[in-house]
Ligand binder design. Structure first.
Ligand code: BGC
Length: 341
């Protein structure tokens, strides 16, 4: 009897993976997830903090949740890193594809090898092998940025756009959303300048746009590098308050820009959640099955929308309180600072 039970159990264990359409990782120590980001930047350090927190909560060892970024935008390095982890046979890879078309073949190679592939921060191509995209709805977020700029420039004006990629879909969708929101408002935009996620280049470009357009009415910072770059250029040109600045993200230098009054508004992403949820989703997919994990984590049409917060000087304290309430770490503080009346 006991023997029959064991045989049945073995049969069930053999069949379960086939039924779930994927290998179920039974041994916790076999699980390895890799999160591949886009550049060395405090924004990505926040993603990494989320990765570490999830790993800790799931009882994973450090080497079971690997985080990797290239120094600046580097599609070839992302592909190479994917290849390395495919060869190692990891359980899952979450990637922010700097060029989704260029990354798709290697993402497919990973999926074909039985590795769970998801995306975070910037979406994959349509029809991708990526099971789920975890991040901002970039078009809507860009639209919000455009509406904010339109409120700051009720008479219209000329606006410069700085971004860190001409291929990553998040940069393109944010720009599209921004342009859609300012349509018919009397705001004109310059051609976006691309720094490929190089902070020094972002500053050079911001300076040159401002010196070529000394009366620039507004600037839009599409990536986390861009707000601070525009802020420095605007300060150096003596244009604080004259060139309105709307940007993305809430890293320390951006919050400082808001406190100083050089950044008018920023669309803060929830990158800590992107890192946390990427690890959690892949872990649950591997241990509970894909469908169950997606349902439990609220995946809708292949997306977990992490949401955004619009921050201005008036809402900064509330934003800080909301991060504190969620236990999300941040190195900046509003202590000793009051919003201007
Ligand atoms: C974007 C990332 C980018 C980061 C740093 C963020 O706004 O979502 O894709 O890597 O800025 O430039």
């Amino acid at each position: 009897m006991k023997r029959l039970g064991l045989v049945l159990l073995a049969l069930v264990m053999m069949l379960t993976p086939a039924l779930a359409g994927r290998q179920i990782v039974t041994a916790q120590e076999d699980f390895v997830v890799v999160v591949i980001g886009k550049s060395v930047h405090p924004y990505w350090s926040n993603v990494e903090m989320g990765v570490r927190a999830a790993a800790k909560d799931l009882g994973l060892k450090d080497e079971q949740a690997i985080f990797w970024v290239p120094p600046t935008e580097d599609v070839a390095a992302q592909i190479q890193t994917m290849e390395t982890y495919i060869a190692q046979g990891v359980t899952g890879i979450a990637i922010a594809p700097s060029d989704p078309n260029a990354l798709e073949p290697v993402m497919k190679k990973a999926a074909d090898a039985g590795i769970i592939v998801t995306t975070l921060d910037t979406p994959p191509v349509e029809g991708s092998v990526s099971k789920v995209y975890i991040g901002t709805d970039n078009y809507s977020a860009g639209f919000i940025a455009g509406q904010t700029m339109a409120q700051l420039l009720p008479e219209g004006g000329l606006v410069g756009i700085g971004r860190g990629s001409d291929t990553a879909l998040n940069a393109l969708q944010r720009t599209d959303g921004f342009l859609a929101a300012i349509e018919g408002t009397g705001i004109e935009t310059l051609e976006p300048v691309n720094d490929r996620e190089d902070a020094a280049r972002a500053l050079e470009l911001a300076n040159s746009v401002l010196s070529a357009n000394p009366e620039l009415d507004g600037a839009f910072g599409v990536y986390a590098y861009n707000g601070p770059a525009w802020a420095t250029a605007i300060k150096e040109a003596g244009r604080v308050g004259l060139t309105k600045l709307v940007c993305f993200d809430a890293t320390t230098d951006i919050i400082n820009g808001i406190k100083e009054g050089v950044i008018d508004a920023t669309v803060a992403q929830r990158e800590y959640d992107m890192g946390y949820k990427s690890v959690e989703l892949i872990y649950r997919m591997a241990t509970e099955g894909e469908e169950a994990a997606m349902e439990a984590m609220g995946v809708v049409d292949g997306v977990i929308d992490t949401g955004v917060d619009v921050i201005t000087a008036a809402t900064l304290k509330d934003y800080e309180a909301s991060l504190d309430a969620k236990g999300i770490p941040h190195e900046w503080t509003t202590e000793g600072w009051e919003p201007p009346q």
